[in-house]
Design a protein around this ligand. Structure first.
Ligand SMILES: NC(=O)CC[C@H](N)C(=O)O
Length: 435
């Protein structure tokens, strides 16, 4: 039998520190097993159910609610490096009506990650919008959580050996042996985009003055909100919908984030390749959307060792475009495991747009001035939620380009729309910081 290392944080702590994470009345055992042979013993705080998943870490300090509802975390066991999680609870995310409800505050209607790993879970919470604790939320959502584990040790392992398949074993299973390596389920072998995407098209903000089509690979709600806030009418299509059959009804195309390996989304890559070759209107993609644009443009993509997840990733702009200035560093929100390959030369008509300041991975691509196209893709999340708003104006740039482009086609003047009224002082602040 393979040698396994078992870590028990509570037993390792000096006696006086063991009361820091107050045990609940009923302590259910939990263990995080990694396929590489390490096991971390702790206690359960969510649903009493065991799950498989890719074990990944996020360095975000706040916004556990937004991260946990981000569909790009599907089938991932999410380790928070921030030691105390849950102290501001969870808000009521339900909209007053059911009409295309994408959630009021969070990134989708419910928890998307497979499980959660934290050092210390706050059982008591305090926030004026909170209606339940993270433990209660996980329980009623069927999502397991483990606390009282050394997340520093887990993160160090994941950083050194890369994203690792895991089993979060809860209750009775936690008392038994670890799974055999061959038993671990690898979600990256499946097309997760098909699982996360809408199955039926739907329209939001029907009275908007620019008509934007969205290909949904597992959209974060704040992407849709960010388009709508700028005055767009937004029609969301399933990931494999052939946009080319309706493209001339639209002023722009948006490609969303989404879970898993972009190369599985073959139908989307083929459709977008046709769009890029034959259609001259603006296209903007974020994260998975950016990867699909890159693959359609002829770039390759690879699986990173541990990816980038957190709200503090610095990227350097390599080109001027709209609100973005070459030579400036923007702090960004990220959640990805795959990246486009930096090829030299870039495919004809394309250029690198951003590069990651930590690991030099490709953070953005754009069509060149000379290509006659208006296409942008960014690996990071300008819509944040959570994270900094450094690049939020890229949405304004995109919508305004769609509006100007439409006006040019129709022979009218573009206008500025009544776009930023409700983005308010944060947009003004972002603009000011960029001046
Ligand atoms: N947030 C995303 O869209 C992630 C894209 C892709 N699933 C990756 O992990 O790289």
């Amino acid at each position: 039998m393979a040698f396994r290392m078992i870590f028990n944080l509570r037993a390792q702590l000096p006696k006086y520190a063991r009361g820091l994470a107050t045990p609940s009345a009923k302590t259910v055992p939990a263990v995080l097993h990694l396929k590489t042979g390490q096991s971390f013993q702790g206690r359960s705080f969510g649903a009493e159910r065991s799950v498989w998943g890719e074990t990944v870490f996020s360095t975000s300090i706040t916004s556990y609610t937004e991260s946990m509802t981000d569909p790009s975390y599907r089938h991932q066991i999410l380790v928070f490096t921030t030691p105390l999680i849950g102290n501001y609870g969870v808000p009521n995310n339900d909209a007053p009506t059911d009409d295309y409800d994408v959630g009021v505050y969070l990134e989708s209607k419910g928890i998307q990650c497979a499980g959660v790993v934290v050092a210390d879970v706050a059982e008591r919470y305090s926030h004026y919008q909170a209606v339940e604790s993270i433990g209660e939320w996980c329980k009623r959502s069927g999502i397991p959580g483990i606390s009282d584990v050394d997340t520093r040790a887990i993160t160090t392992l994941l950083r050194d050996q890369g994203t690792t398949l895991g089993r979060l074993a809860i209750g009775h299973e936690a008392l038994g042996p670890a799974p055999a390596p061959a038993d671990y389920w690898d979600p990256s072998l499946d097309n997760l985009v098909a699982e996360a995407s809408t199955t039926e098209p739907y329209t939001l903000n029907p009275s908007g003055d620019v008509n934007i089509a969205v290909l949904d690979f597992g959209a974060k709600a704040n992407i849709l909100r960010s388009l709508i806030r700028r005055g767009a009418r937004v029609t969301v299509y399933p990931w494999d919908f052939d946009f080319n059959s309706v493209r001339d009804e639209y002023d722009g195309l948006f490609l969303t984030n989404g879970p898993g390996d972009p190369k599985h989304a073959k139908a989307a890559i083929a459709n977008v390749r046709t769009t890029l070759a034959e259609w001259g209107r603006p296209v903007f993609g974020i994260c998975m959307g950016h990867q699909i644009i890159g693959l359609a443009a002829g770039l390759d993509a690879y699986r990173m060792m541990f990816g980038n997840r957190g709200h503090n990733q610095p990227v350097l702009a390599l080109a001027d475009s709209g609100s973005i200035r070459a030579g400036r560093v923007y702090v960004t929100s990220q959640n990805h495991q795959y990246a486009l390959t930096l090829s030299d030369p870039f495919p004809e008509g394309w250029e690198p747009f951003f590069i990651n300041c930590n690991d030099s991975s490709v953070e953005g691509i754009k069509s060149t001035e000379g290509s006659g196209k208006k296409v942008w893709g960014v690996q990071f999340h300008p819509e944040s939620a959570g994270g900094p708003l450094d690049t939020i104006e890229m949405f304004t740039d995109f919508i305004q380009t769609c509006r100007d482009d439409k006006a040019l086609r129709e022979g009218t003047t573009g206008g500025v729309g009544d776009t930023l009224a409700d983005v308010g002082f944060l947009a003004a602040l972002t603009t000011m910081l960029h001046e």
